[in-house]
Write a protein that binds this ligand. Structure first.
Ligand code: SF4
Ligand code: FES
Length: 248
């Protein structure tokens, strides 16, 4: 298929940037979206035009690197998939596709479609860990965990830190991401020693990084490729309230 692409190009965070239009030819419907971008870059090289920079790594929905807004939707039109899992059969011959970076003040553009999401790393390192003694791994069944809590924790742990929730939110809120990371540990016995310190530090770091607050539009949950539930935000708010009360 042949496509008309409108791709955001920006030299760096200070450049104003703008759309660049390109006619991509001979795109197979079996290609992933990133494979289509690879072909576009090959076609640009043949025309002696700078390649388009975009982030990617695993290309199988695990690493969370492939941050693109496609036709106005973070990770594109399909629910529950990352950009790398989106296939060109979702589009038609002759379509115009608009491709932009994830936009948020806390995710400055590095170049073209590539953004700096290290603000997420700061939140994660503020509390996204547990204390463990060194030595041999304990037997798997030595700490009993209820099935319901294990399932909820596992679902929260599915967050891949991609940032689509921030890009989709009118407030650029990172509460779905932070809520998932807080919930993952708060629900398990292993997460109890740092439970209060964790939520206080992660939420305060999230605010320091310039992310906005949640106003319950649910746009983050809709855009999330791992379908992380808004319930994690409610859990985080309860955890934060309890921890800040007992801090006084
Ligand atoms: S909550 Fe979903 S959208 Fe947000 S960072 Fe995690 S996986 Fe990505
Ligand atoms: S490239 Fe890893 S999730 Fe898309």
């Amino acid at each position: 298929m042949n496509l008309k692409l409108r791709i955001w190009r920006q030299k760096n965070a200070n450049d104003t940037g703008g759309f660049f239009e390109f006619e991509a030819t001979d795109i197979s419907e079996d290609m992933s979206f990133l494979e289509m971008m690879d072909v576009v870059n090959q076609q640009l090289v043949k025309k002696d035009i700078d390649v388009i920079e975009f982030d990617h790594d695993c290309r199988e929905g695990i690493c969370g690197m492939c941050s693109m807004v496609i036709n106005g939707a973070a990770h594109g039109p399909q629910r529950g998939v990352t950009t790398c899992q989106l296939h060109m059969r979702s589009f038609k011959d002759g379509d115009t596709i608009t491709i932009e970076p994830f936009r948020a003040k806390s995710f400055p553009v590095v170049k073209d479609l590539k953004v700096d999401r290290s603000a997420f790393d700061r939140i994660q390192e503020a509390g996204g860990y547990i204390s463990v003694d060194t030595g041999n791994a304990p037997d798997a069944h030595s700490i009993p965990v209820g099935k319901a809590e294990a399932d909820r924790s596992f679902m929260a742990a599915a967050c891949i830190g991609c940032g689509a929730c921030v890009a989709a939110c009118q407030n650029s809120s990172a509460m779905l991401f932070t809520g998932a990371k807080v919930a993952q540990y708060a629900l398990l016995p292993q997460g109890q020693p740092e439970r209060e310190k964790r939520v206080l530090n992660m939420v305060r770091t999230m605010d320091d990084m310039g992310f906005g607050n949640c106003t319950n539009t649910g746009a983050c949950e809709m855009a999330c490729p791992k379908e992380i539930s808004l319930e994690n935000i409610a859990l985080m708010n309860r955890e934060f309230l309890k921890a800040s009360t007992s801090e006084r």
